[in-house]
Ligand binder design. Structure first.
Ligand code: SAM
Length: 265
């Protein structure tokens, strides 16, 4: 997979040289190219921002350097790459989105700074790219670089070969709409705290059932919104029992909160 990142702080992206993503780059699984937006300016001060039309606080990124940078990257291939623009006003980045993006051939990221990028750049980019604004979450960062680091890591680790044992990707949080079960390692007894007995008996059927129950309980407690979004058709009898005890029921083909009071068992 090829990944281009445009930023006024290319050094921010040096973290992509480290750990599994760095190794994947060295092995040629990920071809990550970081571009300095200021290379596409033509004035002495290498200016990339200016005051906003209509007034208001802050600065806005100028269209010309962005057009030059994005035009030069798009022009290097015979396909239409996907341009991901980190923005708190974008679609929220999820594991499902990471999985979809991990199958793409070429991703380009445009890191905004200041109050963001002149809106006309999006129109220009749409002539060369499929454009998608993407948010890391409902909060505001100073720039797109941190969002790109998170997204490249989440996407890159799903590219075949990047994570050594692909099985470790299967039961992770969000891979099946639930949070992961709690995990333990040696020693079995530590400071008076014990590893759950079921994990020590080697019965893989029992371990799988216990872990599924823990997943449902943990998700119900921490992220009830994820439980409500589950498809009831994917739940077996044990799952339904667990959700009932966690405060949910199935009604009209949907998972809803169990009313408290008379129907409580
Ligand atoms: N004025 C913008 C707004 O209110 O939507 C926020 C600009 S923010 C200070 C500067 C840059 O940080 C954005 O252009 C974007 O690239 C990045 N950014 C900020 N929050 C983000 C988030 N939640 N997800 C992804 N990128 C974000």
């Amino acid at each position: 997979m090829r990944i281009d990142v445009v930023s006024i702080f290319p050094e921010y992206l040096q973290a992509l040289d480290i750990s599994l993503i760095g190794k994947a780059r060295r092995e040629g699984l990920l071809d990550v190219r970081v571009h300095d937006l200021r290379e596409h300016t033509h004035d002495r001060h290498r200016t990339v921002d200016d005051t906003p039309y209509g007034g208001g606080a802050g600065m806005v990124m100028k269209p010309e350097p962005w057009a030059a940078a994005l035009g030069s990257i798009a022009g290097t291939g015979d396909h239409r790459p996907l341009l991901l623009v980190p923005s708190p006003a974008g679609d929220v980045f999820t594991q499902a989105m990471a999985a979809e993006l991990s199958t793409r051939e070429h991703l380009v990221f445009a890191c905004g700074r200041y109050e963001g990028i002149d809106e006309r750049v999006y129109d220009f980019a749409a002539e060369h790219y499929e454009v998608r604004p993407v948010s890391l979450g409902d909060y505001v960062l100073n720039g797109g670089e941190v969002a790109v680091l998170a997204m490249v890591e989440a996407i890159g680790r799903l590219v075949p070969g990047v994570v050594g044992n692909p099985e470790s990707l299967i039961e992770e949080s969000h891979s099946d709409g639930l949070l992961e079960y709690p995990v333990y390692t040696k020693p079995a007894s530590w400071g008076g705290r014990e590893v759950p007995e079921v994990l020590l008996n080697g019965n893989h059927g029992k371990i799988a059932r216990a872990r599924r129950l823990w997943q449902l309980e943990r998700t119900a407690q921490r992220r009830p919104d994820l439980i409500r979004a589950l498809d009831p058709a994917t739940l077996n009898r044990h799952d339904r029992d667990a959700l009932w005890h966690a405060g949910f029921m199935i009604e009209d083909g949907r998972i809803v909160d169990k009313p408290v009071g008379p129907t409580e068992e």
